[in-house]
Write a protein that binds this ligand. Structure first.
Ligand code: FAD
Ligand code: SF4
Ligand code: SF4
Length: 405
């Protein structure tokens, strides 16, 4: 990769003001880039009004020997909620737990990347998850999230410290940031991995469903670094492990306000039914096409109320108009990992199973004794889904009344 300023430069100096690394100066009214300072972050490219700065990205045989360590992008909860401000999201711990295993296999360090307005003793929290090193960048510009701001900082860290593996959560932010970085660096990115491993050549094996979920593909990035993958929340298991001393590498990256090309005008908080969003639910009562009608499906909400559960659905139920898509569990919906998953009239197609098979206890109700969902269920109930749903509500209500009295 390289960078150059074309003769078409009109000398507007916009690039000088956005460069976080002071790499651009004006010489004879033309921008000149100091290649010893430039991290190829790309911030100047996007502000140039006449597209005079070009980063070349032709694939080249790189020396990969200097790339080491496993990095995880740590995501914080939605900053618009003051109660949750600065709280590390659960998915980050899931990725760190998985990252720890990969780092052990590579005999590398596990590093957490923190872009935040201020450090809130995060290293103490992260030391419970086997983190060896924290790359910390503090800047008020990290609130609220912005693609240009975040990618500029992350690119600078990557170009300076050269990680071998970089994992991002497949959340709204991670799904926005990781492709931007992959495109800027001209490296591969595997989205929505369901398993990660290291092969005998020390390469990251990125497994994910392909061809509509009918096969599992193992994807390698042998010629570029970092090897980058996104993983959805609830796919990896949290496993705590105490670190020794967590080393903190504090990077001062100057981020000017003018890097942002997008400003948030208004945030609309979406209402959702059920007790909690399905990705965070401890109990999910889920329904499929086997419940036949929307009226019958709606009875699931009564059971959810009794159990303080959230309502999930198969894609067929969503497509039939029984419930909104945000309740869909599976490959093209949400991945869940509740303590209890109840499935009424769901067949157990592979695209549904990948989204819920990691639940602690699965109870399936289906009229077909050979339904594939029984293959992942702890308890299999063969019978009419709607009848059993009604009976369950009746029994649980009776019990609740007795306990209440
Ligand atoms: P069906 O397959 O119609 O099964 C209904 C089940 O109900 C059957 O097992 C039947 O025996 C049972 N049944 C019927 N009557 C009764 C009764 N009276 N009592 C009890 N049981 C009864 N699917 C998802 O769920 N989530 C996804 O994210 C998803 N993503 C996909 C992505 C792609 C690219 C593709 C190609 C497909 C995807 N699908 C997804 C669709 C998936 O392949 C299945 O079509 C879908 O999961 C089927 O939903 P279902 O089990 O509710 O319906
Ligand atoms: Fe500065 Fe980034 Fe442009 Fe390089 S790519 S000159 S570091 S803004
Ligand atoms: Fe030249 Fe573009 Fe920089 Fe303006 S932003 S000085 S036109 S390279």
């Amino acid at each position: 990769m390289g960078i150059e300023v074309l003769k078409t430069c009109i000398g507007c100096t916009k690039c000088v003001t956005v460069c976080p690394f002071g790499a651009i100066s004006m010489v004879d009214k033309k921008a000149v880039i100091d290649l010893t300072k430039c991290t190829l972050c790309g911030a100047c490219v996007s502000v140039c009004p006449v597209k005079s700065i070009v980063i070349s990205r032709e694939a080249e045989k790189k020396d990969l020997s200097g790339y080491k360590d496993v990095w995880v992008f740590v995501e914080f909860s939605d900053n618009s909620d003051p109660k949750q401000q600065g709280e590390i999201k659960k998915v980050s711990f899931e990725l760190l737990s998985e990252g720890r295993k990969l780092a052990d296999k590579l005999n590398n360090k596990l590093c957490a990347v923190l872009l935040t307005d201020k450090n809130r003793d995060y290293e103490k929290i992260l030391s419970d998850y086997g983190v060896d090193k924290v790359y910390l960048v503090e800047n008020d510009e990290f609130l609220p999230y912005d693609t240009d701001v975040y990618s500029t900082a992350v690119m600078a860290l990557i170009n300076k410290y050269k990680p071998a593996v970089f994992l991002y959560p497949a959340t709204y932010k991670g799904r926005d940031l990781a492709p931007r970085i992959a495109a800027n660096l001209y490296v591969g990115l595997t989205a929505d991995c369901t398993a990660l491993d290291i092969n005998k050549d020390g390469l990251l094996v990125q497994s994910r469903p392909a061809f509509g979920g009918n096969i599992m593909a193992d994807i390698l990035s042998p010629n570029s670094r970092p090897q980058m993958a996104t993983v959805r929340p609830n796919v990896m298991k949290i496993e705590k492990r105490k670190s020794g001393n967590v080393e903190i590498v504090k990077e001062d990256i100057k981020i000017g306000k003018n890097i942002r090309r997008v400003s948030v005008v208004r945030r609309n908080k979406e209402e959702h039914t059920g007790h909690v969003k399905i990705e965070n639910a401890e109990i999910i009562v889920s329904g499929g096409r086997g419940l036949k009608t929307k009226e019958r499906f709606d009875v699931l909400h009564e059971l959810a109320e009794i159990l303080s559960a959230s309502v999930g659905a198969s894609r067929a139920a969503v497509d039939s108009g029984f419930i909104d898509k945000k309740h869909q569990v599976g490959q093209s919906g949400t991945t869940v990992r509740p303590r209890l998953y109840l499935a009424f009239g769901i067949s157990g197609a592979i695209q549904h199973l990948v989204g819920m098979k990691n639940s602690d206890i699965i109870i399936a109700i289906n009229k077909d004794p050979n339904a594939p969902i029984f293959g992942v269920s702890k308890y299999a109930v063969v019978g009419d889904g709607y009848d059993i749903l009604k009976k369950l509500i009746e029994k649980l209500s009776e019990r609740k009344e007795k306990v209440g009295n």
